[in-house]
Design a protein around this ligand. Structure first.
Ligand code: SF4
Ligand code: SF4
Length: 372
């Protein structure tokens, strides 16, 4: 709650270091949509100088990626400040309609589109029988059933070839609810956490593997804050693939002679300090040369898509994607490698819409599958 972090909000020394890693500021040089603007907005609400309706732009051009917090000298939890302000918007009935609808769909049906179990069946490959019980459960998250079935298919194929004992949650899977947390629907998010954890614990699995960085972040870091720590280990697909490579269970049969650049996914890399595993996987592929963005690891760019920002401020979200794409092209990369389906969706759709022919966007399981 905003009142609880009042002291922290006023501890800002106005150094604006947070702006220098906020993708929204970097792509626009507009302080009104940079990280510092969220703190100024919170101060103005606490001082009763402004209302929620006055700060919609500051409030809803933030993906809660957390990058700014990693460098703030006074450790202000900027994304929590944003979440608290948005909670106020929920209480005052001021949530922008597209965001409110998305959240309503998740609460009522467990998917962002409002579809039920049929949404989660969309990606399941034909002709494969998944066991009832296994050591690992693979969760795909919202983007794979939506538009990126191939990420699910290739991951299943790699796991099968590597003899991993795994199954899927399939039509029982539901959204992790990070969007609800980021938009201040805290009570509803807690219910989602309770239900998701209970469903997986009933299966008696030891490990859950996430295709999506946001799901990973939510199960690993958010559920313990809003409900409790799950009784199973939470892993990102990159961690499992990295282990399989170490164990010699993935063999490469093809060289990929390309220069590629890796985009650190905020919700995997930054919150869990997982910077090296994805790079290790990419560099293990014969022929590949790995380049780096000028901002990488803890200062890496956010793709600009999470939190429904694309729905509300499509142009601003696109300009973040274009900033990343332009830098990749300037570096001489032929691909941007992602480790989160939402990052891939955001960048690949921008590349396609802009008609850029000499740049591909590939998520790590797809890249690996290509080289096997
Ligand atoms: S980095 Fe922290 S202290 Fe500096 S302006 Fe941003 S919020 Fe304030
Ligand atoms: S959480 Fe991310 S998007 Fe939001 S202000 Fe910080 S760096 Fe910018």
């Amino acid at each position: 709650m905003l009142e609880n972090i009042k002291e922290t909000v006023f501890s800002c020394i106005e150094c604006k270091a947070c702006n220098d890693v906020c993708s929204f500021y970097l792509s626009s040089r507009d302080e009104n949509i940079g990280a510092w603007s969220r703190i100024k907005a919170a101060q103005s609400i606490l001082n009763k100088e402004k209302t929620i309706s006055d700060i919609v732009r500051e409030l809803y051009t933030c993906t809660c990626c957390g990058t700014c917090e990693l460098i703030c000298p006074t450790n202000i939890p900027i994304s929590d400040v944003v979440r608290s302000l948005r909670n106020l918007a929920v209480k005052e009935g001021k949530v922008p309609e597209p965001i409110a609808n998305l959240c309503k769909n998740i609460i009522s049906s467990g998917s962002m589109t409002g579809e039920g179990p049929e949404y989660w069946k969309k990606w399941i490959p034909d002709g494969i029988r998944f066991p009832e019980k296994a050591e690992y459960i693979y969760l795909v998250g919202c983007m794979v059933p939506f538009r990126l079935h191939e990420i699910g298919h290739t991951t299943v194929d790699i796991f099968s070839k590597a003899d991993l004992d795994f199954t899927i949650l399939g039509e029982q899977e539901r959204c992790c609810g990070l969007l609800l947390v980021d938009h201040g629907f805290f009570d509803e998010a807690k219910k989602v956490a309770e239900s998701n954890i209970a469903k997986i614990e009933e299966k008696g699995v030891d490990r859950v593997v996430m295709a999506c960085a946001a799901c990973y972040h939510t199960y690993k870091h958010i559920y313990p804050r809003i409900f409790r720590k799950p009784d199973f280990e939470v892993l990102h697909v990159v961690e499992v693939l990295s282990d399989l490579i170490d164990q010699g269970k993935i063999e490469f049969s093809k060289r990929i002679e390309e220069k590629v650049v890796f985009l650190d996914p905020c919700h995997f890399a930054k919150t869990s300090k997982k910077y090296e595993e994805p790079r290790k996987i990419i560099e293990s592929i014969p022929g590949i040369e790995l380049l780096e963005f000028s901002k990488n690891r803890n200062e890496g760019y956010c793709c600009g898509a999470p939190g429904g920002i694309r729905l509300l401020f499509r142009d601003i979200s696109n300009s973040v994607a274009m900033m990343i794409i332009r830098e990749a092209l300037d570096l001489g990369a032929s691909r941007i490698i992602t480790a989160c389906p939402l990052c891939m969706f955001q960048l690949a759709s921008t590349v396609r819409k802009q008609g850029i022919k000499d740049l591909k966007v590939t998520d790590i399981p797809l890249l690996l599958h290509e080289a096997i």
